[in-house]
Design a protein around this ligand. Structure first.
Ligand code: IDP
Ligand code: MG
Length: 153
C-alpha cells in the first residue's frame, strides 16, 4: 500500500451551525478518503488546549480555544494515500481570502477566525491529534471493497 496516512479533520462549530457537515464530509468521501472514526460533540477546553498547544502564546490563541469549544463539532479520522496533503488541499489555505477557489475555505469562508475546518498538517501531527481524540476500538481498521478502484499500489 502506497503511503497510507491518517489525518484528524474537524468540522468546527461554525461549519456545524451553518449546516455544512454533510457537504464537508461529502468532499472528503467522494475524493476517496476512508472514514475510520467520527464523533459529534462539544470539545472541552482541556482537549482544545492540547490540540492547539502549538499556538499557545499567540495573540489569537484565547479566541481560537473559545471558537473551537463554542458548540458541537464533528471530529473525524480520515485515511488514504497521502491523506495529509490530500486533505489540506481540499480544505484550502488557513486564510480563506488566500484559499484557492474550489477549496472548502474558499467556497464557504471569509475570515480566518471562522474557517470551518481543521486538518492535521503533517503525518506526525496527524498521529498526535488522532491519539488525543480517539483510541483503540474507536479506530477500526477496515478494508473497503472499492479501494482497488480508488487508488493503485
Ligand atoms: P490551519 O488550521 O490551516 O492549520 P493554523 O495556522 O494551524 O492553521 O491555525 C490554527 C487555527 O487558528 C486556524 O485554522 C484558525 O482557525 C486560527 N487562526 C490562525 N491564525 C489566526 C489569526 O491570525 N486570527 C484568528 N484566528 C487564527
Ligand atoms: Mg494547523
Amino acid at each position: 500500500m502506497a503511503d497510507i496516512e491518517r489525518t484528524l479533520v474537524i468540522v468546527k462549530p461554525d461549519g456545524v451551525q451553518r449546516g455544512l457537515t454533510g457537504e464537508i464530509v461529502n468532499r472528503f468521501e467522494r475524493r476517496g478518503l476512508k472514514i475510520v472514526a467520527m464523533r459529534f460533540g462539544t470539545i472541552d477546553a482541556a482537549l482544545a488546549k492540547k490540540h492547539y498547544a502549538e499556538h499557545e502564546g499567540k495573540p489569537f490563541y484565547a479566541g481560537l480555544v473559545d471558537y473551537i469549544t463554542s458548540g458541537p463539532s464533528l471530529v473525524m479520522v480520515l485515511e488514504g494515500p497521502k491523506a495529509i496533503e490530500i486533505t489540506r488541499s481540499t480544505v484550502g489555505s488557513t486564510r480563506p481570502w488566500e484559499a484557492a477557489p474550489g477549496t472548502i475555505r474558499a467556497d464557504y469562508g471569509l475570515t480566518v477566525g471562522r474557517n470551518l475546518v481543521h486538518a492535521s498538517d503533517s503525518v506526525a501531527s496527524g498521529e498526535r491529534e488522532v491519539g488525543l481524540f480517539f483510541e483503540g476500538e474507536e479506530l477500526p481498521s477496515w478494508s473497503r471493497d472499492t479501494d482497488r478502484w480508488v487508488y493503485d499500489e
